[in-house]
Design a protein around this ligand. Structure first.
Ligand code: AKG
Length: 255
């Protein structure tokens, strides 16, 4: 998938629900974002979501348990430092998304908008899910941009995706009560067998649709994995008033 032109990348996103854009961020951007993320992680700069808050499989029981202060997400990336804001509104992202949406993109400051971390110890795994499950918008054509700040593979908790799942008509019984796609349901087995886990290098970006099923394992390496993640919608799709998705204004991107 390397070397594809933006229009070809967009065609892949439409078809399979995700696409890898190799070396989308420059080494200079990656180094600066990584150094900043590492400092905020080290200093526990708020707001932070801890693994113990989310309690996914592998997470500590509580913040006071052993490993309880393991960070999962450095939240509010856009507001936490101008460097993160600059990346979230990078003109290349804006142009790419405007081409995909056919209109200017808006950054959600509510969903994702974080540095996603995965620690070797106490970093949890994430089951199969569609991001849209708890989001409320007037339509469901949202795209997230996941920037790898280091090597990402299945081994260190990198994402796996199920191609074509973004356009599938799943039934409620294929999901559990927390809206995870059930890996014990026979009718889901064929879907899960199709999963792919793209290896990412620092600077690679994955654009993925909010309906694409994805999951991630724990981190079995000895190094924390760091990724910057933002979600965008076109101007014509708006968060539903009164919902969490509308709880903080979006940022219109210049394109
Ligand atoms: O890094 C992970 O465990 C997966 C994160 C993810 O899929 C999400 O937060 O939507």
């Amino acid at each position: 998938m390397s070397g594809l032109l933006p229009d070809d990348q967009i065609a892949v996103l439409r078809k399979q629900g995700f696409v890898v854009a190799r070396q989308f961020a420059s080494p200079k951007q990656v180094d600066a974002l990584r150094a900043l993320a590492e400092r905020h992680l080290h200093e526990h700069v708020a707001p932070i979501e801890y693994e113990a808050d989310l309690r996914y499989p592998g997470a500590p029981e509580s913040r006071s348990a052993e490993g309880g202060l393991t960070v999962r997400r450095l939240l509010s990336a856009y507001a936490r430092d101008p460097l993160f804001a600059k990346w979230a509104t990078d003109p290349r992202i804006a142009q790419w998304l405007a081409r995909y949406f056919g209109e200017p993109a808006v950054l959600s400051t509510v969903h994702h908008n974080c540095v996603m971390t995965k620690h070797p110890a106490y970093g949890s795994l994430t089951g199969w899910h569609q991001d849209i499950r708890y989001w409320s918008f007037s339509d469901t054509d949202l795209v997230s941009c996941w920037l790898a700040l280091g090597h990402e593979t299945r081994h260190n908790g990198g994402l796996s995706f199920i191609p074509g799942s973004h356009v599938a008509a799943f039934t409620p019984d294929q999901f559990d009560d927390k809206k995870f796609f059930r890996d014990d349901a026979p009718q889901n087995a064929e879907w899960i067998a199709r999963a792919v886990s793209p290896d990412l290098e620092a600077g690679d970006v994955v654009f993925f649709h909010c309906r694409t099923l994805h999951a991630a394992q724990g981190n079995r390496s000895d190094r924390v994995k760091l990724s910057v993640v933002h979600t965008y919608h076109p101007q014509s799709i708006q968060p539903m008033p009164g919902t969490r998705s509308a709880s903080s204004p979006g940022v219109a991107l210049a394109s």
